[in-house]
Design a protein around this ligand. Sequence first.
Ligand SMILES: Nc1ncnc2c1ncn2[C@@H]1O[C@H](COP(=O)(O)OP(=O)(O)O)[C@@H](O)[C@H]1O
Ligand SMILES: [Mg+2]
Length: 261
Amino acid sequence: MAERIVSTGRGGTGKSTFVALASRYLRPPMLLVDLDPDESLADMLGFDLEKQGISTISDKLYDILEAAKRGRPGPVSALERMSSIIKKDCLYRKNDTMDLIVLGTKLTKGCYCTPDDILKAVIPKMADRYSSVVIDSPAGLEHLNRKVFSEVDDFFIILDPSSKSLQHVGRVKDITRELKIEYENFYLLANYRFDQGSQEYLESSSETFLGKIESDPSVEEHNLIGKSLLELPEDSPACISVKELLEKVKLLNSGRGKRPL
Ligand SMILES: Nc1ncnc2c1ncn2[C@@H]1O[C@H](COP(=O)(O)OP(=O)(O)O)[C@@H](O)[C@H]1O
Ligand SMILES: [Mg+2]
């Protein structure tokens, strides 16, 4: 069973950067799922989807829904048909270690309900083939995890130093209750904008505060020029801190008798 990980937080706190950097240290093979209509994760990883002929789920929505309709009476189930289109057309594969699925931007008006439903049906089934599945959430909490997983192993809440960010923690908990999402671990992370004083505030929180993702000019520079965060030097401050934070999670999770990340 894959470790089901969700990165969430307010807009611009560093959720996608965290997922991109965490992918360097999680146990392969892993599946990364970009649920943000901004679609920034592929860029951060230096994955050129277009060049590889990979579509987003939204791009393939029509084909997927048609396959689902055709699937009903025949021997092949709707789910299998949808899965095979997604695997064939929407799965970016890097070596045998990292796969990426992007939800994409819906061009028609309305909510993401249908693509959400597709992901909810397909991703948990695909998860068995991976050691970890990491969801990069969009900023709006109503879309938290887009209900892809009803059970999450590790929630990472990326916080910026603002009172709104702390309210966000409470709202994430409320939403998980409303959406009936169960979770094993709930980890708070201070983003690169925290200073010592505001960090101490988090340390006194009743939630598990893991630590801070260090500020790193080379992250900004890589993002600015479109260079992959997978090429960031191993000794860069952001890499060192994310690696250490995940080591801490491994320790905490193994203390709870869980398989290491
Ligand atoms: N550790 C860091 N050091 C410096 N800048 C960072 C760091 N993490 C993220 N950023 C910058 O913050 C901005 C928002 O990051 P991003 O990961 O896109 O946030 P989100 O996914 O939450 O919207 C980006 O411009 C990114 O370069
Ligand atoms: Mg993002």
